[in-house]
Design a protein around this ligand. Sequence first.
Ligand code: TMP
Length: 234
Amino acid sequence: MQKGEMLYEGKAKKIYRTGEPGVYLVEYKDDATAFNGLKKGTISGKGELNNKISAHFFRLLEHRGIATHFLEQVGDREMLVRALEIIPVEVVVRNIAAGSLAKRLGLAEGTALPRPVVEYYYKSDELGDPLINDDHIAVLELASAEEMNVIRKMALVVNEILREYLSERNLELVDFKLEFGRSDGEILLGDEISPDTCRFWDAQTKEKLDKDRFRRDLGGVEEAYQEVWRRLVG
Ligand code: TMP
């Protein structure tokens, strides 16, 4: 598949047109940012690992009946996806208190939540991705109530599938972020599912095996991403 014009460069990925209408090529970068771009760095090998890990999760989810944008992995750091009209809402699902939830609600990091918590954030760099609710989404006309119903249900099913799959691999799915988009009137899961966008803890030791190692300067970032990949395929 030919790599055409670059349409968009984000913090961790580049999107290119391809020879085929409606199909984009995603290239995963080694660049990492945190705190809305204030902290910048490079994690060597990250692009390749996140491409492989995301492709692995998308295949698993497709197999379990979740409609995603994923088509095919075509290179070490490249995948083909269906072009989406992205809905500018980050959907976070949480099983264990960590990060901004622990801070906002005053819960100790690691507190198990009695049921999954779904949160929405408005994708806006200028505003710093504020937490929003269904009413905000309606007022800003980001998505219809019907679409948000589908999205919430899909996010919770994704949580159940990933949680079970990871627990068999001795990993706890603490929380994660999803993005959705429209394609031919259908809602598809888009973006990526990787240690950049999820929190994975070792089930026994609770060692962090995700981007928090970069955000919090814990070291061993690349090794952690490699360990996640090893557990998925090992
Ligand atoms: P938070 O605790 O910082 O709100 O993060 C919740 C989850 O969302 C965590 O798994 C990391 C992921 N996330 C992203 O993918 N992108 C972001 O910009 C942020 C802030 C979090």
